[in-house]
Design a protein around this ligand. Structure first.
Ligand code: NIG
Ligand code: FE
Length: 425
């Protein structure tokens, strides 16, 4: 398999010059809201010095070049755009198999929900994931990590949720940890044991909730396998009452919260996210003014996933404009998964954000970098190009940042740096 490796010629200090636009997103270490989302803090014809895994300086070439030493490797960016590495704050990074068969069924007219009701959907990926060993999952995760990195994504949030037994959930979370150690992709783990009621608990959902709270959560926290706990809160999956019970237990055990909310039904999940002080509420395609107001009052960041709307053939995208106007720190992410959103491309998601949700290219880039970093509590380390931050950045095949969302399905980045290393693919 072709895995990304740090370039052998990597040196400890790198100077990049001749960037058409150095898109820094410099600014406060908090979610950018309202008009701030359009302020990208661009340095025209900028330069950047990297030392080790950190950014040493950003500025004009005249300011930065004198700081370079005799052994500094000098890279001509070729009048291209440089941005921070994309931060993908909602992925289902690791799963067994794929669902190309269901994709074909949807092309022939069945809906995502009809397929799920027949035992397909999440449950079919659960069967394939249970059948895979931890090593198999690490191999799959490394392959996916390669896809993300090649597209300019240097950090992902990665959820479990296709195991739904104690051992299978732990197996996925351990595989996520291994992928983060074995590849240059930074992986932030989330426990999503409440992704679906597994087949064997179909007639006994409260038995599954007991297992989740009393067996899975203690083990996940004992092994420090997750930073966040997530749930698919939807009337026919986990109701608001069930979600309150599970998320409260997760919070009490020290995990922060994320919620799949208002994806198919506006049922109070966003309000629950607000009530419990969740870090994020994700999807929100069906959200109205009441959901938006509660997210705002509790400072919950919305994570919008237009890839999943596009891929299941729905027309109803989340109300991004209303959220930006309400002052929410909007994030966009891929929702990479084998069912509703089989894409690892943040540029594709930016394109959808612009064309379908009417975000501007600048807002989409802010939502894909610094705002996403805030949603993972990593705003002091990544998400913008500022001295002292980790040197995760991308040299794009573009002269203007607006091209990133414009050339949909377009060229891959010219260069990707993760922790100061130029990756070779
Ligand atoms: O975020 N909504 C639930 N979970 C995923 C879909 C998972 C799947 O279809 O396998 C989502 O869209
Ligand atoms: Fe998801």
């Amino acid at each position: 398999m072709n895995l990304p490796l740090p370039d052998e010629t990597n040196s400890d200090e790198v100077l990049l010059f001749n960037c058409s636009q150095l898109v820094t997103l410099a600014g406060p270490a908090r979610p950018r809201v309202g008009p701030e989302m359009r302020d990208l803090a661009i340095i025209q014809k900028g330069a950047m010095l990297v030392r080790g895994n950190r950014i040493e300086a950003v500025g004009s070439r005249a300011d930065v070049e004198p700081l370079a030493g005799p052994h500094t490797k000098v890279i001509d960016a070729g009048a291209r755009v440089i941005t921070p590495g994309f931060v993908d704050a909602h992925t289902h990074l690791i799963f067994g198999g794929n669902r190309a068969n269901e994709f074909e069924m949807r092309c022939e007219g069945m809906t995502y929900q009809q397929i799920a009701a027949q035992g397909g959907g999440i449950r079919s990926t659960v069967r394939a994931t249970r059948a895979a060993s931890e090593d198999d999952l690490v191999t799959i995760g490394r392959k996916h990590a390669n896809w993300f990195l090649r597209g300019g994504t240097t950090t992902v949030e990665a959820k479990s949720g296709y195991g739904l037994t104690l051992n299978d959930e732990l197996k996925i979370l351990r595989a996520i940890r291994a992928v983060g150690e074995l590849t240059p992709l930074r992986c932030v783990p989330t426990f999503l044991g409440a992704h679906e009621i597994p087949e064997e608990y179909r007639d006994n959902p409260s038995g599954y909730i007991d297992l989740l709270i009393h067996e899975m959560l203690p083990e996940v926290t004992r092994e420090s396998l997750a930073k966040y706990c997530d749930i698919f809160c939807e009337p026919k999956i986990f109701s608001v009452a069930m979600a309150r019970e599970i998320l409260s237990a997760a919070k009490a055990s020290g995990l922060q919260l994320r919620v799949h909310a208002d994806q198919f039904t506006c049922s109070g999940a966003a309000q629950l996210a607000a009530e419990l002080g969740a870090k994020t509420a994700d999807h929100l395609e069906q959200s109205g003014a009441a959901s938006i107001a509660s997210l705002k009052s509790a400072g919950v960041q919305p994570i919008l996933l237009p890839g999943s709307v596009y891929a299941i053939g729905s027309q109803k995208y989340a109300p991004a404009r209303a959220m930006i106007e309400a002052g929410l720190g909007v994030v966009i992410a891929t929702d990479f998964n084998p069912g509703s959103s089989p894409t690892a491309s943040m540029q594709m998601v930016m394109s959808l954000a612009c064309t379908q949700m009417k975000m501007t290219p600048a807002e989409a880039l802010t939502a894909a970098t610094i705002n996403a970093a805030c949603s993972l509590d990593l705003q002091h380390e990544i998400g913008s190009l500022q001295a002292g931050k980790i040197a995760d950045f991308v040299v794009h095949e573009a002269e203007d940042y607006r091209e990133l969302a414009y050339w949909f399905g377009g060229p891959r980045p010219a260069m990707v740096f993760a922790s100061g290393n130029l990756l070779s693919f």
